[in-house]
Design a protein around this ligand. Structure first.
Ligand code: PLP
Length: 416
C-alpha cells in the first residue's frame, strides 16, 4: 500500500531506479552490442546503397530496396528467407497471413502455451462471429496449457497437427515472456515427438531482447510487427515474416495471390528508407525500451506493487506489467503517460471497445507513428486484477520524464 510520505520519498525511489537500470545494463549491454554487430554486418554484406530507398509504384515489380531488405532481415534473424512488407498492416494481420498461408482445411493449429494474444482469438475463431476465421475455413484448434510439462504437451499433440504456435511475449497475460532458451526446449520437445509439424513463433515484442531469435532456437517461422521492436520507431507501417524458404513462399501466396507471391507490392520511396533505418537502429531502441521497463519495475516494486518481470528477471520482451489495486490507478497511469508524450499530449485517453479485444481497453500512445508500441506507450484491458502493460520508449531519458510524472499522479491521487 502507498504510504503518505511516499511523495517525499520519490527522489529516493527515482535514484534507486536509475541505479537498478545501470546495474541491469551490465548484463544487457553485451547483447545489445552483439545485435548491433549483426546488423551492421548484414548492411555491409548486402551492400545497401541510396538506390535501395528509391521505392516503386504500381505493382512494384523488381523493387530492389524491398527485396534487399528481405535479405537483410533474413540474415539478421538467421533465416533462409524473409518477407518485409508495408502491405502487412499490423502484427495481427501478419500472424493471420502466416496461419492462413500455412494451414489447410482439416489440419490443426495447436497453441503450445495456453491462450494466445487477445487479437488472435478472433483470427482463430474462438471469439466473435467466426466469419472469416480459421475455424470457418475448417481448420481445427487445440490449446495446451502452460501448466503441463513440455513432454506432456508434446505427447498430447493430436495426429492431425500441422502447425504449433508459440507466443514469445506475454501479451496481456501475467506470465514471463519465454526466453530463447525456453523456446529451444519447447522446439526440442515438439520435434522429438513430431518432427513433421511446423513450429511458428509469434515474435511480437521479443526482437533484439536477446542475442538471437527463435529461428536459431529451432522454430521454422517467426513473425512480428514493424511498429513494435524491429521498426526502431521509424518504420511507419509494416510487418515481417522470416523462416524456412518453402514456408515463406506459401505465406507469400496468401499475402498477395498464388503464383504472384512476393514479386509485387510497391513501397513508396520515403518508406523504404525508414524501414532500413528503423531496423538498423532497432537494437538500440529496444535497449532504451528495456531500460525504461526496468526503471518502471524498480519504482513500482519499491512502492509495493507487484511487477512482472521483476528487476532481476531475465527479459525476453519489452513489456513491463504492473498490477495496480484499482481501475482508477490504471486510468491515472495511462492519462499521465499520454500527458507527458510529445504527440497528442492534450488528449485524455479513456477506456474503449477496441476491435479484436473482449474487454474495454485504455491506451496511452502519444506517438509519432500511430499506435506504435516501440514508442513509450501503456495499455490495460479494464478487467480485474488491474494489470497495466507498459512498453517502448525510444529514449530512456524521455521515458523517465513520463514515468516519473505518472508515479507522482498515482501517489497524489491515492493520498487524496
Ligand atoms: C502486439 C501483439 C500482437 C498483435 O499485433 P498488433 O500489431 O497489435 O495487431 C500479437 N501477438 C503479440 C504477442 C503481440 O504482442
Amino acid at each position: 500500500m502507498v504510504k503518505r510520505n511516499d511523495i517525499q520519498d520519490l527522489t529516493r525511489y527515482y535514484k534507486q531506479a536509475s541505479a537498478d537500470v545501470e546495474r541491469w545494463w551490465q548484463t544487457y549491454q553485451p547483447i545489445c552490442e552483439s545485435n548491433h554487430k549483426k546488423m551492421i554486418k548484414a548492411f555491409q554484406k548486402f551492400k545497401v546503397t541510396q538506390e535501395c530507398f528509391s521505392g516503386s509504384t504500381g505493382y512494384g515489380y523488381s523493387d530492389y530496396g524491398r527485396d534487399l531488405l528481405d535479405n537483410i532481415f533474413a540474415d539478421v534473424f538467421e533465416a533462409e528467407d524473409a518477407l518485409v512488407r508495408t502491405q502487412l498492416v499490423s502484427g495481427t494481420h501478419t500472424l493471420a497471413v502466416c496461419l492462413f498461408g500455412l494451414l489447410r482445411p482439416s489440419e490443426r493449429l495447436v497453441s503450445f502455451c495456453g491462450t494466445p494474444y487477445d487479437t488472435m482469438l478472433e483470427v482463430i475463431g474462438l471469439t466473435g462471429n467466426q466469419k472469416g476465421s480459421l475455424l470457418e475455413f475448417g481448420i481445427k484448434y487445440t490449446e495446451l496449457s502452460e501448466n503441463l510439462s513440455l513432454k506432456e504437451r508434446a505427447e498430447k499433440l493430436p495426429a492431425d497437427t500441422r502447425l504449433v504456435l508459440i507466443q514469445r511475449s506475454r501479451g496481456y497475460a501475467w506470465r514471463a515472456s519465454y526466453s530463447i532458451k525456453q523456446i529451444q526446449e519447447m522446439c526440442q520437445a515438439i520435434r522429438l515427438k513430431r518432427p513433421d509439424v511446423t513450429i511458428m513463433v509469434d515474435n511480437c515484442y521479443g526482437e533484439f531482447t536477446e542475442e538471437c531469435e527463435p529461428l536459431t532456437a529451432g522454430a521454422d517461422i517467426i513473425a512480428g510487427s514493424l511498429i513494435k521492436n524491429p521498426g526502431g520507431g521509424l518504420a511507419p507501417i509494416g510487418g515481417y515474416i522470416a523462416g524456412r524458404k518453402d514456408l515463406i513462399q506459401e505465406v507469400s501466396y496468401r499475402l498477395t495471390s498464388p503464383g504472384i507471391g512476393r514479386e509485387v507490392g510497391a513501397v513508396s520511396g520515403s518508406t523504404n528508407r525508414l524501414l532500413y533505418q528503423g531496423f538498423y537502429l532497432a537494437p538500440h531502441s529496444v535497449g532504451e525500451a528495456l531500460k525504461s521497463a526496468v526503471y518502471t519495475a524498480s519504482i513500482f516494486s519499491q512502492l509495493g506493487y507487484e511487477v512482472s518481470p521483476g528487476i532481476h528477471d531475465l527479459r525476453s520482451g519489452i513489456v513491463q506489467a504492473i498490477r495496480f489495486h484499482k481501475e482508477d490507478e490504471l486510468i491515472d497511469f495511462c492519462q499521465a503517460v499520454q500527458k507527458n508524450s510529445p504527440i497528442d499530449s492534450h488528449v485524455i485517453p479513456l477506456p474503449w471497445d477496441m476491435p479484436g479485444y473482449d474487454d474495454p481497453v485504455i491506451m496511452a500512445a502519444g506517438t509519432f507513428v500511430g499506435g506504435a508500441t516501440s514508442e513509450l506507450s501503456a495499455d490495460a484491458p479494464i478487467r480485474s486484477p488491474y494489470t497495466l502493460y507498459l512498453q517502448g520508449g525510444l529514449s530512456y531519458e524521455y521515458s523517465k520524464l513520463a514515468i516519473n510524472e505518472a508515479v507522482q499522479t498515482i501517489i497524489t491521487n491515492r493520498n487524496k
